[in-house]
Design a protein. Structure first.
Length: 214
């Protein structure tokens, strides 16, 4: 037997086995790489889909919030217009019933500026009108001042006065009225010019909150 030929055949078989194993290994590695790539592509696609849905959700919420804000602003404007129309009517009649009452919800209107008074926002939610359909009672504030003294520099000191009219929208008529006097001006002031006492806002709010409900 030719040992040299036997060894050559053995080497050839060994090489073939090596290349087969190498090829199989390469195919396995390639399959793993391809599969990993597909998984990553799937992850990226899923992530992109989720991000797109999130962006759409955020955009939708932003649009809804903007729509609500626009509607709230319109409601506020319409509410003030309705309250002005009733409270500032030239021939608003009086149907006084004690100190008045509250029907439905209410809003404060400044007679001079014809705008909603900031005190409206200090009302509890069950009393504060936010839409025209909420309005049942209007609180009309007629502000004035009274001179009560003079400072060393010759400038006057004033006290705030406010006549509060309670108006039932359904009649419409003034069903209650009360006059309030604010605090005295300070006894001493550092700057030149007239000085004023505090407005009776707390007293007015307490009065309105304490009115009977209908």
């Amino acid at each position: 037997m030719d040992t040299t030929a036997y060894r050559l055949d053995e080497i050839t078989l060994g090489r073939k086995a090596f290349w087969i194993v190498s090829l199989v290994f390469a195919l396995v590695v390639a399959a793993v790489i391809v599969n990993y790539g597909r998984q990553q592509e799937s992850v990226r696609a899923t992530k992109a889909t989720l991000e797109k849905k999130e962006e759409e959700t955020v955009a939708k919420r932003r649009e809804e919030t903007k729509a609500l804000e626009t509607q709230a602003q319109k409601d506020k404007s319409d509410l003030e217009a309705l309250a002005r129309q009733i409270a500032l009517a030239p021939r608003l009649r009086y149907a006084l019933q004690g100190s008045g009452y509250i029907k439905g919800r209410t809003v404060f209107i400044n007679k001079e500026t014809k705008a909603a008074e900031y005190m409206t926002y200090d009302l509890p939610s069950e009393l504060k009108a936010e839409r025209p359909q909420d309005l049942g009672t209007i609180i009309l504030l007629d502000w004035s001042s009274e001179r009560v003294g003079k400072y060393d520099d010759g400038q006057p000191g004033y006290v705030y006065l406010c006549t509060v009219s309670v108006i039932d929208k359904s009649i419409p008529a003034v069903v209650g009225t009360k006059r309030f006097r604010g605090g005295d001006p300070p006894s001493y002031k550092k700057t030149y010019g007239p000085a004023y006492g505090t407005q009776p806002t707390y007293e007015i709010l307490s009065y309105v909150k304490g009115l009977p409900r209908k």
